[in-house]
Design a protein around this ligand. Sequence first.
Ligand SMILES: Nc1ncnc2c1ncn2[C@@H]1O[C@H](COP(=O)(O)OP(=O)(O)OP(=O)(O)O)[C@@H](O)[C@H]1O
Ligand SMILES: [Mg+2]
Length: 379
Amino acid sequence: METPFVFGRIAKNENFTDRETETERLVKNFNSLINTIIISPRRWGKSSLVAKAAEAACSVNGSLRISFIDLFSVRNEEQFYANLAYSVLKATSSRWEEAVDSAKRFFSHLVPKIILNADLSNEFSLSFDWKDVRQNPDEILDLAEKIAAEKGLKIVVCIDEFQNIAGFDNPQFFQKRLRSHWQQHQNVSYCLYGSKRHMMLDVFTDPSMPFYKFGDIIFLEKIDTRSLIDFIRERFSATGKAISEHDAELIVRLADNHPYYVQQLSQQVWLRTTVTCDDSIIRQAHTSLVEQLSLLFATITETLTANQVNFLKALVAGETALSSYDVLSRYSLVSSANVTRSRSALIEKDILDSVAGKISFQDPMYLFWLEKSFFSSHS
Ligand SMILES: Nc1ncnc2c1ncn2[C@@H]1O[C@H](COP(=O)(O)OP(=O)(O)OP(=O)(O)O)[C@@H](O)[C@H]1O
Ligand SMILES: [Mg+2]
């Protein structure tokens, strides 16, 4: 029997809960072609939210097309352009013949090479001569606008892991170029999202950067407890099992409302439950989940400096005055300059998150492991 919880995949339909206001806002932005930026730590549900809003917006707007690009493994401008052109052609063509036809019609300087996939109908790959693209990237940057205007469409280009462009050669110049084209588009808008909060903030909220004030910024939050409790209980009952309000809340609390972990822990609990869940099943499932992750956590911890580990130790112990003389000496933190450095490095590594100056752990299971396992045996 399939389990009623999903994690590590886009949450859709009955696997998707809450996010009503965010979905509504995004659908409105898509339909009104307002550029949008979505920022949240990893696995809080950006991709699922964008997919949900895209589907909802398209279902009420027949001339809307959404093109998706993931920059996760895109390392340079060349790959970026190839991905952008491919996804726009794909989103605006119902068959590959149409994509080939558009590619011929809308490029005049560039000569796209299209290879059809013999096994999958409607699948093709696209490449360009990089020398030509370097001289003429405009044709790709304006492709969506040209196609939209000619075919009477509106297009939203969604770009995941957008912060990766900060790692390209000469990123400021590249961003300037993107923005100067994109801000002139009348029939296309952009939804840019990513999980490295500090990098996304650098790109979008620094007045000296090209993408400053580019669009509506949504800081996605975790999912609220009420929705998650109802969601867990509903998924249990839909599969003939029961979990009390109190127990569902315990799952949410142990996973610290983290959408991915709530689903993962719920699945482990569900698998261990014959008919009715109880407290001890949840504790066991939680312990076993943290155990499964412990090797990964140990590996992460090994990459940290002694100072960073000491800093985490102070945080785990609930210290707040981290630069005070007392805390510095009790946790061997050396100096307040060292504290500041460790803090930034841990944020950079996505271990900690800082919102309005408040520090928190991104991964609730890592926090639990540090507290109950790592620091209790390394004291
Ligand atoms: N609205 C939701 N309702 C229920 N579960 C959700 C929801 N959004 C996300 N999740 C859970 O979180 C997991 C991660 O979601 P998703 O991939 O959308 O997040 P993300 O922020 O794009 O992650 P990444 O940073 O890895 O790209 C999903 O597989 C699902 O388990
Ligand atoms: Mg994602």
